[in-house]
Design a protein around this ligand. Sequence first.
Ligand SMILES: Cc1ncc(COP(=O)(O)O)c(C=O)c1O
Length: 380
Amino acid sequence: MTLSDLPTPALILDVAKLRRNVRRMADAVRRNGVALRPHMKTAKSIDVARIALAGQAGGIAMSTLREAEYFAGHGIRDIQYAVSIVPDKLARVAQIQKTGARITLITDNVGVARAIAAKGAELGATFHVLIEVDCSEGRSGVLPGSEDVLTIGRILHDSPNTELAGIMTHAGHSYRCRGLAEVEAMAETERAAAVAAANRLRAAGLPCGTVSVGSTPTALYARSLTGVTEARPGVYMFGDMFQAQIDSCSVGDLAVSVLAAVTSHRREFDRLLVDAGALALSKDRSTEFVANDIGFGLVTDIDGKPFQPQLAVARVYQEHGQVQGGTGVPFDAMPVGSRVRILPNHVCMTAAMYDRYHVVDSESGDARKVIAEWTRANGW
Ligand SMILES: Cc1ncc(COP(=O)(O)O)c(C=O)c1O
């Protein structure tokens, strides 16, 4: 099977680029002397996790219990569920732990901490819990200086069925940084918030083994992670057009693309259509906020080379993607039925539309040959 034979649309993963991206992040995190805990929310694949974990002793992070079941089922033993837990999910967590995996939960809520302790007693389970602090993104988390840090810490430490595992935070607002200096400053804000909360726990006589931080930009560019024990980036494995524009990677590093077929020419409007619309690309528009807005994806030829001048999917319908460029579409190079690849705006959202990757290796003798199919654990 080659890229010319696959049914379209299809999700393509270039394993050579994946390996390079993984090495780059592993080197960056190692330089700062902390463990790398790859966040598998983007890749949702055991094959990708094995590459991301190569040479690392640590575990993974993930964002759904479906992923936890899947990765535990594939033998991963150290799993951080990096989305606030709610009590209704605890029975399922206990069930996964019975298979031998240790699931670390997160909470930013005093009532939930009490409910975890109660549910642990009811189920005869031990739950390991990190306190989430807000390092100024304003999403989830308690403020590092708040009384809640200590209240949650005491509840978790005092209950026989819970372990206070430490502190975690996530600088998701690093995506708003522009330029290295801003990302470095954000990484320091993230580090300082986590370490401040950890120090408050310790000063109160409470344990704090784990201090977990990380987004792709801050993990790559942090100048110091003193006091931190692990970094938890995820999207770096693949990269996307948004990450390329905030300098987390370059367009040439993007490991995931959507293979699509040209379905119509509309020469009178200087546009063409492909069979990759909203359901194949997602409707994420994150590049709207960076210098080069590529709509719903950047169009390349079948070998991944962007057209010059640039072509983008400017509009999506359910199954139609409308391609246009500022200075004219090269219709003769793109006959109806020919194939293109589309580099996604936000790869986490695009990949979630597919149940598998078709794997190619751009460093092999035949970069169009599909060498494997890797499944994904979608859903919740
Ligand atoms: C809690 C948490 N940790 C880590 C990450 C990974 O960040 P990134 O995708 O920038 O690598 C995310 C991403 O959403 C997250 O929500």
